[in-house]
Write a protein that binds this ligand. Structure first.
Ligand SMILES: Cc1cc2nc3c(=O)[nH]c(=O)nc-3n(C[C@H](O)[C@H](O)[C@H](O)COP(=O)(O)OP(=O)(O)OC[C@H]3O[C@@H](n4cnc5c(N)ncnc54)[C@H](O)[C@@H]3O)c2cc1C
Length: 291
């Protein structure tokens, strides 16, 4: 019997950890490197609206303690019209808002249970830092560590976590499609007791694709203006910003490096669904010639 293939994964975000779990489960020898000292409990752990769509047939279901709130669906506002988007399959609330650090810890635990080795506090700078792995998974987020690609469609996001917010949409994830900006604004409920929301905005960075009337300002300034106009009140307890890739593409293989998650695949342009994309990439990995 031939020895199991050795896989080195760069990045302990949702993509790296989900890949570590699936690959270990399928007999690969996995070592994952995360630059922060703790999985999940670092600034990247919070860098997300945390909406997640669970589909039973597609694998990883978050445990109850990693779910902040289950919601009924999405309330989508676009061009003065309102739509309700309901999940197709109900599974204890198939749409959830995660507690992302706890979800990441959970992924790390199930990956380790399958035999993956997770090394924290190790920043990878070049291929040689990864020893003699047969394949490398670049799951280092956006922009990725190893980059042979010329990605033209990048999104930029800004989000505030607000407590005691006077616009708390209890049962739905609310999304406003921003026509001119080619992007969206989201209001995600997190906690009924404290009326905490994640309120954020994101759009294409490439200004040529944005409409002629799109305001020339940062997402942070846009959100501040929007809040003033809508009379939004509450205490900002955290704010975060980041680049996200937009538009789906197949997982990429360059030499022996596979790009997964934000490093390779991309988020859904309408929903920003980067977390559920990790499931798609898992399927993609399975179809790559790693074995
Ligand atoms: C403001 C905001 C809101 C969002 N909202 C949502 C949402 O509601 N729902 C959703 O599904 N998606 C959302 N997204 C997108 C989602 O966050 C990403 O798609 C997802 O986190 C990507 O996961 P990832 O594992 O690919 O990358 P990341 O989460 O970026 O993880 C990369 C990991 O790699 C580590 N790393 C990086 N470089 C190195 C290195 N050199 N050596 C070792 N480790 C390294 C980092 O520390 C990090 O832990 C949002 C994104 C932003 C910015």
């Amino acid at each position: 019997m031939s020895a199991p293939k050795r896989i080195a994964i760069v990045g302990g975000g949702v993509a790296g950890l989900a890949s570590a779990y699936w690959l270990s489960k399928h007999g690969f020898k996995v070592k994952l490197y995360e630059r922060h000292r703790e999985i999940g409990f670092n600034p990247d752990g919070f860098r997300c609206g945390e909406a997640h769509f669970v589909r039973a047939e597609e694998g990883i279901i978050p445990p109850k303690n990693a779910i902040s709130k289950a919601v009924k669906g999405i309330l989508l506002r676009t061009c003065n019209k309102k739509y309700i988007v309901l999940p197709k399959k109900e599974l204890n609330g198939t749409m959830v808002v995660l507690h992302k650090p706890k979800f990441l810890r959970f992924l790390a635990e199930i990956a380790e249970r399958e035999g993956a080795e997770i090394i924290t506090g190790r920043k990878i700078r070049r291929k040689q830092d990864l020893g003699d792995a047969d394949f490398i998974l670049d799951a280092s987020g956006c922009p990725p560590l190893f980059k042979p690609l010329n990605r033209k469609r990048l999104g930029i996001t800004y989000q505030e976590t607000i407590e005691n917010c006077n616009i708390y949409p209890k049962d739905f994830l609310e999304q406003h499609w921003l026509q001119h900006e080619m992007g969206y604004l989201w209001i995600f409920p997190k906690d009924d007791r404290t009326r905490t929301v994640n309120l954020g905005v994101g759009w294409l960075l490439n200004t040529k694709k944005r409409g002629r009337n799109a305001p020339k300002m940062t997402p942070k300034k846009f959100l501040e203006r929007w809040k003033r106009e809508k009379g939004v009140e509450g205490e900002i307890v955290r704010s975060t910003a980041g680049l996200v890739p937009l538009g789906y593409q197949r997982p990429l293989l360059a030499e022996n490096i596979v790009f997964v998650g934000d490093a390779g695949i991309g988020a859904d342009e309408l929903t920003g669904g980067g977390i559920s994309a990790s499931v798609a990439q898992r399927k993609g990995i399975a179809s790559l010639p790693l074995a």
